[in-house]
Design a protein around this ligand. Sequence first.
Ligand SMILES: C[S@@+](CC[C@H](N)C(=O)[O-])C[C@H]1O[C@@H](n2cnc3c(N)ncnc32)[C@H](O)[C@@H]1O
Length: 502
Amino acid sequence: MIAIPDASAAMTLPRHHFPIDLSSGESGGGLTIADDHVLRRLPAAPWKTVRPLIESMVAEGHLPDLIPWSEVASDGDWIQLRHPRVRVISYPHEWCAEMLQEAALAHGRLLAAVAKGGMALKDAHPWNVLFDGTRPVFIDIGSIVPLAALAELDYLKDARTRSGPVLAGDVFELMFLPYFLLPLAFHRVGLGQIARRMLWRYPLNGAERYPRVADFLREAGPRQWLRAIDGVRHAAKASVHLRTLCTNLERSGTLDVFADGLAELVGELSPPRQRSAYSGYYAAKGEAQALDRPETWNAKQLAVHAVLDRPEISTVLDIACNTGWYSRLAARLGKHVTAIDIDDACVADLCHSAGAAGEAIVPLVADLTQPTPDRQRHPCGGLLLIGSECRLRADAVLALGILHHLVLGAGIPLTDALQRLARPAIQSLLVEYVGLDDELVMKEPEFFAAYSRNPRDFAGFTLKAVIDALAAMGWQVGVAPSFPPTRSLLSCKRAAGGTHSA
Ligand SMILES: C[S@@+](CC[C@H](N)C(=O)[O-])C[C@H]1O[C@@H](n2cnc3c(N)ncnc32)[C@H](O)[C@@H]1O
């Protein structure tokens, strides 16, 4: 079971590097994502009309959620804009409910603001938002168009016979309902997993159609049926509420009232604070020390601090972050952190604490055993969504308290598990080793499914085997005690001459 790799098994690297070209729905349009900026090619016609209006609104502070831009080229029918790169590219299937709700509220704010200048949004879906820490940023400036331009949209029914404000409402009925309200309704009843799965399966422009209530319902197992029915009830109520807002819009034509109504509607779908078996992990382990009292920290906390407190580390990926003690430690050292965990209650907790403290942490729900691959545009192809292993790379990767879950729990061969942890690491990797003699593993072997099925297969899961495997993958490995002291921290740097060009 424990496979020791040879040197040729070195790293399997993510397939592509930035800059990455994403395909565009508009022929001639396009997006190039580079390391520190993004270039967007837009049709000149609507942009030239909206640009002065947007500029004056930004100057007056009315568009706080909009990505900054500068115009860098213009060639007749097209212009090119340059945006600063929002560091972490995340997608809605990775967000906790709170982030999806924030992205929805940002749409309402944006619509209310641009409506004052006779503009509207031609899209209303979460792939137009990224997160800077826990703050939503609306990235698709080309979605802001003059009201009159909505009549040209081929995806709105009766576009040519209906008026601008009414069509602005139609956009929300078409997209906001399946991509925000339906998932929020399922998040609200504790079925966030289903919401995320649907957002992954039916991304805008990546599937043949939008998701429907029946798709959500079909995903529920027998033990989830009651909650799923409750989710459908919330979704139906939200749908009626949105229809009412649209009807009122047809009568009055006032988009700011419509946008206020959206905020209220999204507020009704607020997710409850969740708890999971992992929510109290740090308190239970005696590791919930105050982040600003280093004199109280244990050996693991001190060692991780020492590894991160280096100027060459600017970005950190905290794998299996739980409620984020180490992510927050990194953020307080001035690092830009992406924090991932499979447990959405823990990620939501971190979202609250990082948001309240204004820390540069993007918390995401992700299963390390199932990284999301690249997605192609439907039906014609072209890169639509970038796979997680490429997107989440960072100078330093923290893989604390997770290797034993992958090997002893999920039964992933050691080399494979280490490669998954190491793949996003550009310079440094910190892996915690928890062995078979660990108190937790000895007391609760049933917690580790693969190990309890066949304990003999795991006799080779030793500290030496892990160090050897990391060395064979091209890492220089230093060992320090962790907490409790039966656990070890393997601080890894790329060996001289070792490359990681991805
Ligand atoms: C023992 S805790 C470690 C927390 C933190 N890294 C630390 O050392 O303080 C293990 C964490 O791994 C997460 N986890 C387990 N399997 C995972 C997976 N396949 N993908 C992502 N996270 C996972 C759990 O939800 C839990 O929060």
